[in-house]
Each structure stands twice: as structure tokens, then as C-alpha cells.
Design a protein around this ligand. Structure first.
Ligand SMILES: Nc1ncnc2c1ncn2[C@@H]1O[C@H](COP(=O)(O)OP(=O)(O)OP(=O)(O)O)[C@@H](O)[C@H]1O
Length: 279
């Protein structure tokens, strides 16, 4: 892995523009994400958050602009090549195999990566015994590192939804990406488990050094984990900075997250005091 100075941007988005027919979904967006940070993209429904993620991972081709990852131009590369460069992703709809164990879910992620591009679809089992044993060991070590090893032999579908979301993130992290795109990690997680999710994400980021870019509607999670936040509205950047500053600006909240959300967050800030997870 190439060493990058701690403050150099890992991901640079220059003047990104995406159009769907007559709709400009993203309008000349510029973003820089530093290696090792947790960056949140927020904004109302339809603001363009998912479209940005899809442009980075290669599911959507923008009309204009550039995206660089570790100095390399991404837009000419296939989604597979971007994944191989170290860009992982989770989806809002969990893509776990319910009847498989947690360990096997992590294994299939590695199998897919190892087989992609060479023997995909040709061999029924894909990996040699040696490769399989080493993938299994790596999956188990990853679960231990993430504090999820007690779930290794449980079937994924039998676990509470909040734990399944954690396994979804583990499934991305087992591939040792440099950047993980998290699509609404708190969606569907019971409110009382959001803080636990925040603590885990923050701890994992520290342990692994992985850069996290998340899109999220849950402002409690954003405030608890994000180093920086960008507010998108109608595909343009409205504000960017520390969550405490950006999300507590009543004008930003009222205009772009709605009056109800604005009031709720301000009440939460008043009742909770410090909103960052330490450690
Ligand atoms: N494949 C598509 N075809 C046409 N329009 C699309 C397509 N994907 C997204 N859009 C439109 O682009 C805009 C941005 O959508 P996007 O899904 O990126 O927003 P979002 O911020 O992720 O919203 P949400 O929070 O509801 O998921 C919306 O107006 C949406 O309707």
C-alpha cells in the first residue's frame, strides 16, 4: 500500500456534474476527503447523496468532472477496478446471505474479490484449499479485530438488524479497503443502538485507519462520528465543516433539513451536551 501523508486528500472530486435527462442531480460539486477521516454527506431527500456515491464506486457515469483516488483518475475505470484499488461500499439494503454464517458472509466477499476478472463463473468453488484456509483465517481475524467474533458461527439472518448492519460494514472491511462508502449505516437501526453504532464505527476507523465516507439522514450518528460534514442541496454544496458548527447553524437546518429536523437536533444538542464519541 502506498504511504500517503496524513493530511493529503485521498479522494478529490472536481466539478462533478450528473444529469438525468433534464435534471441536474449534481452541479459542479467539489469535495476533498482526507485519508483517515470520517466524512459525512447529508442533505434532504433527492439532494444527490446517493448519486455522488454511485459516481465514486462506478455505478453512474457523470456528465462532467473528475474524481481522483490516491492521485489516480477513477472515471475511466470499471467498478471492479475501483474496488480493487481499495474502494469498498455498503448498501442501504443489506446484501448479506441470511442463511449463511457471519464468517461465511465475510468469506464470500473475499471469494468474489479473488475470483473477479479471472475465473468468475467458471469454477464452482473458485479458490484452492490453501487460499480458502487463508481467507477463512483472515475473515476470523477481522471479526476478532472488530469485536464481532462471537457472531462468527451465527446465521446472519438470525441476528438483530443493528448487528446485521455491523456485519455489513465488516463485510466491506474484510477486503482491507482504504476508503469505504457507507450508505446510510443507521437506517433501520433502533434509536437506542445508534450510539453503539457510532462508537463502533469510530473505533474501527481508528483501529484500521480506513477512511469512511458516509451518507446519512440520522443526524445523531453524523454528529457522533463525522470529522467533517458536507450539506448537499439540489446537487450543490451548501455548507461544509465540523458537524457541530454546520449542523447547529439554524439557517442550514431550517432551510435544508426542514424545520422539524432543525428543532429536533437543537433540542438533542441542548439535552445531550457533548455529541462526539470520544476514544
Ligand atoms: N437513475 C436515475 N434516473 C433519473 N433520476 C434519478 C436517478 N437517480 C437519481 N435521480 C434523481 O436525482 C436526484 C438525486 O437523487 P439521489 O438519490 O442521489 O438523492 P439522495 O440525496 O441520495 O436522496 P435520498 O436521501 O432520498 O436517498 C433526485 O432528484 C432523483 O430523483
Amino acid at each position: 500500500m502506498t504511504e500517503v501523508a496524513p493530511t493529503s486528500p485521498l479522494l478529490e472530486i472536481h466539478n462533478l456534474t450528473v444529469r438525468f435527462g433534464g435534471l441536474t442531480a449534481i452541479n459542479e460539486l467539489r469535495l476533498q476527503i482526507t485519508e483517515g477521516e470520517i466524512f459525512a454527506l447529508v442533505g434532504p431527500n433527492g439532494a444527490g447523496k446517493t448519486t455522488v456515491l454511485n459516481c465514486i464506486s462506478g455505478l453512474i457515469k457523470p456528465a462532467a468532472g473528475r474524481i481522483q483516488f490516491a492521485g489516480q483518475e477513477l472515471l475511466s475505470l470499471s467498478a471492479h477496478k475501483r474496488a480493487a484499488l481499495g474502494i469498498g461500499r455498503t448498501f442501504q439494503q443489506l446484501q448479506l446471505f441470511d442463511s449463511m454464517t457471519v464468517l461465511d458472509n465475510l468469506l464470500t466477499a473475499q471469494h468474489t474479490r479473488l475470483r473477479a476478472g479471472i475465473l468468475s463463473g467458471i469454477l464452482p468453488f473458485g479458490l484452492s484449499k490453501r487460499e480458502d484456509a487463508s481467507a477463512r483465517q483472515h475473515a476470523m481475524e477481522t471479526l476478532e479485530l472488530l469485536g464481532l467474533d462471537s457472531y462468527a458461527q451465527r446465521s446472519a439472518g438470525s441476528l438483530p438488524f443493528g448487528v446485521q448492519k455491523l456485519i455489513g460494514v465488516a463485510r466491506a472491511l474484510v477486503l482491507q479497503p482504504r476508503l469505504v462508502l457507507l450508505d446510510e449505516p443507521a437506517a433501520g437501526v433502533p434509536p437506542q443502538e445508534v450510539q453503539e453504532l457510532a462508537t463502533r464505527l469510530r473505533f474501527w476507523q481508528k483501529e484500521l485507519g480506513t477512511t469512511l465516507l458516509l451518507i446519512e439522514h440520522n443526524m445523531r450518528l453524523v454528529q457522533a462520528v463525522a470529522d467533517r460534514v458536507c450539506v448537499l442541496d439540489y446537487g450543490s454544496k451548501l455548507a461544509e465543516g465540523e458537524p457541530r458548527t454546520v449542523l447547529s447553524d439554524p439557517a442550514v437546518l431550517e432551510a435544508y433539513l426542514g424545520r422539524a429536523a432543525s428543532k429536533k437536533i437543537q433540542q438533542e444538542q441542548t439535552s445531550q451536551g457533548a455529541s462526539h464519541v470520544e476514544g
